[in-house]
Design a protein around this ligand. Sequence first.
Ligand code: 13P
Length: 235
Amino acid sequence: MIFAANFKMHHTRESTINYLNRLEDIMKEAEYPFKVILFPPSTALQSSSDWVSIGVQNAYPSSEGAFTGEIGLTQLEEFGVDTILIGHSERRQILGESQELISKKFSFFSQKGFEIVYCIGEPLEIRQAGEEAVAEYLWEQFDGIDLDYERLIVAYEPIWAIGTGRSATPEDIASTHNQLRKRISRPLLYGGSVNPLNVKDICSISNVDGVLVGSASLEVEKFHSMMSAVAPALV
Ligand code: 13P
């Protein structure tokens, strides 16, 4: 089971270090059977430890160069970071990232051997149009993506469930993850308003291999409470 925390544009370098120190203490003490990945803002990147992997929320598909405002492989190597989030709906929608750029990022960072958490998700009108429309929309988001890449993790995050407090229903999650599983053998995460109250049910759905958490991950004790809610069911 994978627990991933996406800080988005929250936390500073100082508060990330404090968070990480506490999270590592929790992981050492509790010995949870989870892989934990933390995606802090780029200004707060740290090196991974045995307990917590650190990933970057975004990077440019190049080692270095004239790409104002971006960071690339050279900057990530300084921290030993080899995990990246690609395709998040906030980057697709707010930053206008095209599938072409997204697939370039995927190609570049997969060639460099990165672990890639690749996000897909449909807007509300597509969900309302029914399961077939959802499946079609989601498969288009895999254009140019190698589904057999060995360090691929897929995160299904319906856009209407992100930051809304309204997670997808267990039925919607189950049917979408079952569809994805037909073509993807790599871990499948669910994201979108996962919180301490719904995380146990979500993690018990078949073909859900973990969660990608935004707002409920921002306080370390809350993130911890989510792990402790799920851990007993795994024993
Ligand atoms: P929330 O958990 O705040 O809904 O965010 C989910 C998300 O976008 C994680 O990448």
